[in-house]
Structures are given as structure tokens and as C-alpha cells.
Ligand binder design. Structure first.
Ligand SMILES: *[C@@H]1O[C@H](CO)[C@@H](O)[C@H](O)[C@H]1NC(C)=O
Ligand SMILES: *[C@@H]1O[C@H](CO)[C@@H](O)[C@H](O)[C@H]1NC(C)=O
Ligand SMILES: *[C@@H]1O[C@H](CO)[C@@H](O)[C@H](O)[C@H]1NC(C)=O
Ligand SMILES: *[C@@H]1O[C@H](CO)[C@@H](O)[C@H](O)[C@H]1NC(C)=O
Ligand SMILES: *[C@@H]1O[C@H](CO)[C@@H](O)[C@H](O)[C@H]1NC(C)=O
Ligand SMILES: *[C@@H]1O[C@H](CO)[C@@H](O)[C@H](O)[C@H]1NC(C)=O
Ligand SMILES: *[C@@H]1O[C@H](CO)[C@@H](O)[C@H](O)[C@H]1NC(C)=O
Ligand SMILES: *[C@@H]1O[C@H](CO)[C@@H](O)[C@H](O)[C@H]1NC(C)=O
Ligand SMILES: CC(=O)N[C@H]1CO[C@H](CO)[C@@H](O)[C@@H]1O
Length: 782
């Protein structure tokens, strides 16, 4: 009840906030981020930082009118280590003046980014396949890979952050463990080696009045996680192995991170409400200064971005990549629609989500004895021996409510008198209202349980706590509605959830996983890769004060089951850490290439990977395929994407040479013919051509360079899979790495005269008898 009211209150406050924004005059100061490009390498010492800070202050005082100086002459954050800039309160006018300043690359509103749990906030869980694999390597890998998690903080008491058997903290580590009222220095250890926090958007600050004590606890004055997102992602990426981990008996087994020996540094930049851009940038700057090796970001913008220069994740990740630090990001949960993939800059490792070989099912038993298997994670206490009245939402509508609203169980649409004590059936033909809200509505009516008919979400179980909740697809849903129509006294019960191990087929692309192509630059194929993101078990915070989350008589679970690309991203972070620990000298792009070219495109039935509908999945859905971390340790060849490639990308994308020089702190000159089509030529481990004209008399040629990281004197032969009509040639067809030769180039030409219109998907594989180096391509034929 309390949680429903909080939620509705929040929704109201957010719309109120938006209305206020629109009404604000352009003279009201608002938070902005001012981005000034790369630091010079000498800027990284303490005294230099102070110089930078005072320079920012001067810049600020030069544009703020003198009468406002006392009030507003202050920086919320300043960035000094990997990149330059600051955040401050500015009027629209001042922001516009600043953006014309020659030292400034961009000025953008300090907007709030979202956590990439499923679109309804009801994130779900993890998988053990990869994790099991890493155990083999634990003994002889260095344990000095440091993973920086930019997220909602950490719950240090979670057993995943135990440091038993882990060696001394690497001496190169410069990070700190910052204390708070509820976070002590002793909460850090040799596993959790750093914890910082930044101002986060708060519910309190959004609507100015106090929330319930539980919500108030999401204080930003400590590195502690009060959301659970950060604890869950950190334990997936680098958690210590915990035997007998389970969620009240479900998903039981050993829970561990991709590289159990990895160190974790937590940067809390987000609350439940989201993450402010200025805090995210500060977290990136600090993580790079502290000396992390890999950064994991399960966060993204939820609005259309017109530009990389206005995206704090793209900016932070660019400078990380420049310093040899990989950044893995979730691709978002806005699927199954095309053009929804987020975090698509070429220097980001963009992760899609798949299901795993484990499923959670709950049986619905109707009064007539018929049963249906639905998808559920419930802690319900209903049994087979008793059934309850079953009703469709529209049949228990409150007065004057449109039928469609009540069928969807929207807030305010049901009559508590009619719904109490019953199992309520709800549909989902209203995508703006998430199932967690519907569940809260039905629970609030004091109903006994809920059956949710959703073709889209039927395969993504949802943790409904102790409230009996089960999902079915439209076929089963129709039969249940028929049954309700067919009898005077429809009844049903929802049986306990059971786990179905070794579920087939798996992996399957998750319906919610955002799809390519990438809006900003279609000539880079996104997402890059896919990893488990449906019903993932990992560490959590003890949910003690949310009613209904803990079964009567049990202790709060230390593990939780969550879904979202938020959960798939740390799997890739963990896999990348494993590779980094075996190949410490590899650059981020080499690690990315290794994971992409060895990814699998087959499921556990040996068939081509599919999406929820059962149709084959394509690279806009799964990128190069599902990660295969052990194979990625020996990729044979890798594609190195260099700093120059990224700068050329910025030229082709259309940035001015002046901006690119600021961003990179170099004297880089753009190629004279800088057009978007040339983006396809960036040395990336996949190929995307956004526009292949049928009329073209000559083929379109793309160049790639591979680096041999296997034995010298290897000979690779190319094999192409292309759809009928699209002619793809590789020249040369054979790559011979003689002794001393590590890099070779080849050309791939695409000729589309006979190809079918629209997207053509295929692959090019180099094979030396031992390694398969597979690159996927997408070609849009016009
Ligand atoms: C794990 O659980 C099983 C059964 O509940 C028990 O027999 C076993 O001792 C447990 N192992 C550990 C290490 O706690
Ligand atoms: C189930 O648990 C709730 C409390 O969570 C209790 O009110 C209800 O009576 C229980 N139902 C059964 C059938 O045991
Ligand atoms: C149930 O009955 C109503 C009205 O009699 C009808 O409109 C609806 O289509 C029926 N639904 C099913 C699933 O039979
Ligand atoms: C750019 O070129 C100028 C003049 O040639 C030189 O003074 C400056 O140091 C160069 N800057 C960088 C970042 O290389
Ligand atoms: C594709 O290329 C053709 C000719 O090369 C051009 O006419 C067309 O506008 C381009 N379309 C897009 C979407 O770029
Ligand atoms: C392509 O060829 C067709 C037929 O020859 C012609 O009508 C059309 O204008 C051409 N389009 C372009 C972009 O050249
Ligand atoms: C490569 O060289 C090694 C030793 O130099 C030799 O044993 C091996 O047969 C060679 N392989 C090929 C494919 O030539
Ligand atoms: C690839 O094509 C470019 C021109 O399109 C040419 O300059 C280069 O030599 C070719 N590379 C190879 C390996 O054939
Ligand atoms: C995961 C879980 O706790 N499932 C529960 C669902 O409800 C049945 C009936 O009470 C329990 O036995 C299951 O444990």
C-alpha cells in the first residue's frame, strides 16, 4: 500500500516537475555541465588541479552577472584528471554564451539518466555458465583486475564482497573508501577496495516534501546502496563465490562474478530516481584517477540524443578508452522495437540481453481442473487444495471507469469491494503502464492474486514478493478468459514457483533488449554483443521494510533475481576482466574484439539463436552473438580500433576539427573527405553499411586490419555467408602471418545490384584450423 502510494506520488511529481521546467523562464538558473575536452597529460597533479579549478571559477565569474555572484559563483563538480570541465547553475542565456567559448566543447543540461533495469523498474536475475568457466582459470590468473562500478552504490555486508583468500590490494591503486553515517572504513576490504559517492537525484528533492522513512534512507551521504541495483551488478561482475546462494530456494547454486578474484571499486552516482550527468562524469574522472581497469555502466539516457558531446557516458567512456580502460554499457530495455539501442559510441562495449537455461514457472489451476504453466517468481502461500474466485479486471471496474482501463488494471480503475479476496486477471495492451504498477494496484485491492496476460513479457519472470502473481501469453490468456465467461463461478489458484533447470532453447534474445540499428551512427553495428540478462541471481540489499517482500518467518534474502540489460552488462564486464587477467597487455579494443569474434550464434539445442518469437535473431538484436568467455581467451586474430580510428569517426560524424582537437588534446587533422559513409571503414570487429545503393556500378569496399595474437606463421582462409543476391568478396582471401608479421589488412566488397531491399545480414569468418574469427555484417540496400 505504502509503496503504491509512493510510486503514484512519484509519477505525479515527475510530471509536475516537467511542467515546471517548461514554464521556467530562460533567466532561471538550472544545473548544466560544461565539457572542455581532454586534459594535457601534465594536468594530473594536485597543484595543477587547483589551477584548473580557479580557471573554471574565473570563466564562471566572467559570465555570471555581479549581483548573482555570491549566490551562484560555485562549481557543483569540477573535472580535472581525464578530462576538463565543470558543472554549475547557469541560465539558458549564460549556457549559450559559454558554448561559444573557444575552450569549451559542449554545454548541456545536467539531465537525469536511468538505470537499465527492465522498462518497468521490475528488474530481474543471472547465470552461471560463464561464471563456472572462469573457475578453471582462477588458480593461475592475476587477481589484480580492478572493476569500477558506476551505479547505485554497494551493500558491503553482501557475502559476494567477502575477501577471503584474496591477496594484498595492488600498490598502483590510488582510490579511497569514503565513510558515511552508515558506511565505515572497515566496510572496505581486499575485495571491495574503493567506495565513493556523489550527489544523486532524490525523490525528496523532486517534490520537496518528505517521503516515507524507507525512501528517505536513499540518502546520498554514503556509498551504501539502498536500491539494490549496484549491489546486484557488482556481485555479477566480480563477486566472491558464495555457495548455496539462492532466492528462497530458487536458482540455488554457487553465485559468483565473472572473475571472482577481481577487485571492486564502487562509485555511487545514482539513486532509484536515476543518475545526474554531472555526478556520472565525476565518477568517471575519479575512477580513472583511482586506477580502475574496467568500468561497468548499467545506465543510459532515456531520451533521444542528438550528439555524443551531450552524453556523459559517451564522454566519460571516450576518455577511459583513451587511457586504456574498457567501458561496458547496457544497451537499454526498450525492445523489441528497432532503433532503440543506447550507449552506441564505437568506444563503448554495448551489451544486449538474453535468457539463460533456467526458467521459473508457476502453475495456474482453474476450477474446472485445467492447468496452465505461467512464468513467475512468487513467494505465495496458496495451495492446490483451495481455489479462489477468479475475475477479469473489467468485471470488477470501479464506477464510470472505461472497460479498457479496468482490463489493464490501471490505478484507480478497480473497485476494492468487488476485487477483494479474488484472483484478478489483467491484460497489457497499454504499454505505458508497467506490470509492477498493475501488481501494486491489484494487491492494494486486497485481492488474493493476479494473472497477467502479456505476450511480450511472458518469458521474463517478475519477482512479486509474497504476492501470488503469474504471467501467461495470449493463447493461454484467451483460454482463461473463455473459462471466466463459460461459468457462473469461475475459480482458480496459483501454485508455488518451481525452477526449470536446463531449459531449452537458451539463450534467446530477451524481448525487452533494445535493438539496433544505432540512431546516431548506423555505420557502426550495435549492439556489440549479448549476455545473460533474464532472471539473474546475484547479491542484493536486505529488503526489510518493503511489505510483502519477505515471506513470513524467513530472513530477508541476500540474493535476488533481476532482469534487464543492467544485468547483462556486468556479465560482459566480468568476462572482459577474465581476459584482462590472462592478457594484461591487451587494449580495450582487443578484448572487445576477442569477445565479439568468438561469440556463439547457436543455442543449447545446436540451432541458430532465436528471439522470443522463435524466429532467428539478427545482429541488430544480438550483435556478434552470446559471449563465450573461455573461447575469447584465444581469439587468434583481433581488430584493434585505435585512437586515430575514433578521432576519424568524430570527423566523419561531422564534428569540427577544433572540437576534435579539444576532445583529444592533439593537433589531429580530419581527412579532407569526411563523410558519414566512411564510418564503416573504422577498424571495428563488425561491419555496418547504412546505405548500399543498388545503382552503384562499382562495389562498396570496406577495409579492415587484423592483428595476430596467436602463433606466428598462421594461415587464415576467409569464408563468407551472405544472403542471396548480395555479392560479398574478400581480398585477399588468404592471410599468411609469416614470422615477424603481426598485422595484415584485407578488403571486403559489397555489391547489391541483385540484393533484396532493406537489411541484409551475414558474416565473414577467418579460419586457421584452430581459431574461428567471425565478424558479422549488416548492409542496408536501398
Ligand atoms: C548447502 O546446502 C545443502 C542442503 O541445504 C547442505 O547440505 C550443505 O551443507 C550446504 N553447504 C554449505 C557449504 O553450506
Ligand atoms: C498467506 O499469508 C498471508 C500473509 O502474508 C496471510 O494473511 C494469509 O492468510 C495466508 N494464506 C494462506 C492460505 O495461508
Ligand atoms: C466474454 O464475454 C463477453 C461478453 O459476453 C465477450 O465480449 C467476450 O468476447 C467474451 N470473451 C471471451 C474470451 O470469450
Ligand atoms: C600543436 O602544434 C603546435 C604548433 O605546432 C604546438 O605548439 C603544440 O604543442 C601542439 N599541440 C599538441 C597537443 O600536440
Ligand atoms: C543512399 O545513397 C543514395 C545514392 O548513393 C542517395 O540517393 C540516398 O539519399 C542515400 N540514402 C540515405 C538514407 O543516406
Ligand atoms: C537508380 O536507377 C533507376 C533506374 O535506372 C533510376 O530511375 C534512379 O534514378 C537511380 N537512382 C539513383 C539514386 O541513381
Ligand atoms: C610454424 O612454425 C613452427 C615452428 O617454427 C612449426 O613447428 C610449425 O609447423 C609452423 N606451422 C606452420 C603452419 O607452418
Ligand atoms: C583495399 O582497397 C584500397 C582502395 O579501396 C586499396 O588502397 C588497398 O590497397 C586495398 N587493400 C588490399 C589489401 O587489397
Ligand atoms: C520462490 C518461492 O519462494 N516460491 C514459493 C511460491 O509459493 C510456494 C507456496 O507457498 C512456496 O512453497 C514456494 O517456495
Amino acid at each position: 500500500m505504502a509503496s503504491l502510494l509512493q510510486l503514484l506520488h512519484l509519477i505525479f511529481s515527475i510530471s509536475f516537475l516537467l511542467t515546471c521546467r517548461i514554464a521556467t523562464s530562460n533567466r532561471t538558473p538550472k544545473p548544466y555541465v560544461v565539457y572542455m575536452g581532454s586534459t594535457s597529460s601534465s594536468n594530473n597533479e594536485g597543484s595543477e588541479v587547483q589551477v584548473a579549478e580557479s580557471a573554471y571559477m574565473q570563466l564562471l565569474s566572467s559570465i555570471i552577472p555581479s549581483e548573482d555572484q555570491n549566490e551562484r559563483r560555485s562549481l557543483t563538480h569540477h573535472y580535472d584528471y581525464a578530462f576538463k570541465g565543470f558543472s554549475a547553475m547557469l541560465t539558458e542565456n549564460e549556457a549559450s554564451i559559454l558554448s561559444g567559448h573557444p575552450d569549451i566543447v559542449s554545454v548541456f543540461p545536467d539531465s537525469v539518466l536511468q538505470l537499465h533495469t527492465t522498462r518497468s523498474w521490475d528488474f530481474l536475475e543471472t547465470e552461471r555458465r560463464i561464471l563456472r568457466a572462469s573457475a578453471t582459470y582462477n588458480k593461475h590468473v592475476s587477481s589484480d583486475v580492478i572493476i569500477g562500478m558506476i551505479d547505485t552504490g554497494i551493500w558491503p555486508e553482501c557475502p559476494s564482497f567477502n575477501d577471503k583468500g584474496i591477496g594484498e590490494i595492488p600498490s598502483r591503486w590510488k582510490g579511497v573508501c569514503i565513510e558515511g553515517p552508515d558506511f565505515k572504513l572497515s566496510n572496505c576490504n581486499r575485495k571491495l577496495i574503493g567506495a565513493r559517492y556523489y550527489p544523486t537525484p532524490e525523490m525528496n528533492s523532486i517534490h520537496g516534501s518528505k517521503m516515507s522513512p524507507a525512501a528517505g534512507k536513499t540518502s546520498s551521504g554514503s556509498p551504501r546502496d539502498y536500491v539494490d541495483h549496484g549491489t546486484h551488478t557488482a556481485s555479477t561482475a566480480g563477486g566472491f563465490p558464495v555457495v548455496n546462494a539462492s532466492y528462497y530456494g530458487l536458482a540455488g547454486g554457487t553465485a559468483r562474478g565473472g572473475l571472482p578474484s577481481a577487485r571492486i571499486a564502487s562509485y555511487k552516482a545514482c539513486s532509484k530516481v536515476g543518475c545526474s550527468s554531472s555526478s556520472l562524469l565525476k565518477a568517471f574522472d575519479d575512477a580513472l584517477k583511482d586506477g580502475v581497469d574496467i568500468i561497468s555502466v548499467s545506465i543510459g539516457v532515456n531520451f533521444f540524443l542528438s550528439n555524443y558531446k551531450n552524453d556523459p557516458i559517451a564522454i566519460g567512456a571516450f576518455h577511459a578508452e583513451n587511457m586504456g580502460v574498457m567501458v561496458a554499457c547496457s544497451g537499454g530495455n526498450d525492445g523489441p522495437f528497432p532503433d532503440t539501442i543506447k550507449n552506441t559510441a564505437p568506444w563503448i562495449f554495448t551489451v544486449a540481453a538474453s535468457s539463460i537455461d533456467r526458467d521459473f514457472r508457476s502453475t495456474i489451476q482453474l476450477g474446472n481442473g485445467k492447468t496452465f504453466r505461467g512464468s513467475a517468481i512468487n513467494l505465495s502461500n496458496l495451495t492446490k487444495t483451495r481455489t479462489y474466485p477468479l475475475v477479469f479486471g473489467k468485471d470488477v471496474a470501479s464506477n464510470f471507469t472505461p472497460t479498457n482501463e479496468a482490463s489493464n488494471c490501471r490505478p484507480g480503475s478497480l473497485d476494492p469491494e468487488k476485487a477483494a479476496g479474488k484472483i484478478v486477471v489483467c491484460v497489457d495492451n497499454d504499454p505505458t503502464m508497467s506490470r509492477i504498477i498493475k501488481k501494486l494496484v491489484v494487491e492494494d485491492m486486497e485481492a488474493i492474486g493476479m494473472i497477467f496476460i502479456s505476450e511480450a513479457e511472458k518469458d521474463v519472470p517478475f519477482d512479486s514478493g509474497t504476492f501470488p502473481f503469474v504471467q501467461v501469453g495470449s493463447v493461454e490468456g484467451l483460454q482463461i478468459l473463455h473459462y471466466i465467461n463459460s461459468t457462473k463461478d469461475p475459480r482458480a489458484t496459483i501454485l508455488p514457483t518451481v525452477e526449470i533447470p536446463r531449459y531449452k532453447p537458451a539463450p534467446v534474445v530477451a524481448y525487452f533488449s533494445s535493438r539496433g540499428p544505432a540512431r546516431l551512427a548506423e555505420n557502426i553495428l550495435k549492439p556489440d554483443i549479448m549476455a545473460p540478462g533474464v532472471a539473474i541471481l546475484a547479491g542484493t540489499i536486505p529488503h526489510t521494510d518493503e511489505p510483502g517482500s519477505v515471506p513470513v518467518g524467513k530472513k530477508p534474502s541476500q540474493f535476488a533475481i533481476r532482469s534487464g540489460t543492467s544485468m547483462s552488462c556486468p556479465h560482459v564486464t566480468g568476462a572482459a576482466s577474465l581476459i584482462k587477467s590472462v592478457h594484461p597487455g591487451w587494449s580495450p579494443s582487443m578484448i572487445k574484439s576477442a569477445l565479439m569474434t568468438t561469440a556463439t550464434v547457436h543455442d543449447n539445442m545446436g540451432k541458430p539463436l532465436t528471439k522470443g518469437s522463435g524466429n532467428p535473431a539478427n545482429p541488430h538484436e544480438m550483435g556478434a552473438g552470446e559471449i563465450s568467455p573461455l573461447k575469447a581467451l584465444h581469439p587468434g586474430l583481433v581488430f584493434e580500433t585505435t585512437a586515430t580510428d575514433y578521432l576519424r569517426f568524430l570527423c566523419y560524424y561531422g564534428y569540427s576539427e577544433r572540437d576534435i582537437r579539444s576532445i583529444s588534446n592533439t593537433n589531429f587533422s580530419c581527412p579532407s573527405n569526411s563523410i558519414k559513409d566512411l564510418i564503416s571503414d573504422i577498424n571495428y570487429p563488425s561491419i555496418s553499411i547504412a546505405n548500399l545503393s543498388r545503382n552503384q556500378t562499382a562495389a562498396k569496399t570496406i577495409q579492415r586490419t587484423v592483428t595476430n595474437v596467436g602463433l606466428s606463421n598462421a594461415t587464415y582462409i576467409a569464408k563468407v555467408y551472405a544472403p542471396v543476391g548480395l555479392v560479398v568478396d574478400v581480398f585477399p582471401h588468404k592471410l599468411v602471418f609469416l614470422k615477424g608479421v603481426t598485422k595484415l589488412s584485407y578488403n571486403v566488397s559489397f555489391f547489391g545490384k541483385e540484393a533484396s531491399s532493406g537489411y541484409n545480414f551475414g558474416s565473414l569468418t577467418w579460419f586457421d584450423g584452430r581459431h574461428s574469427v567471425r565478424t558479422v555484417f549488416t548492409v542496408k540496400v536501398q
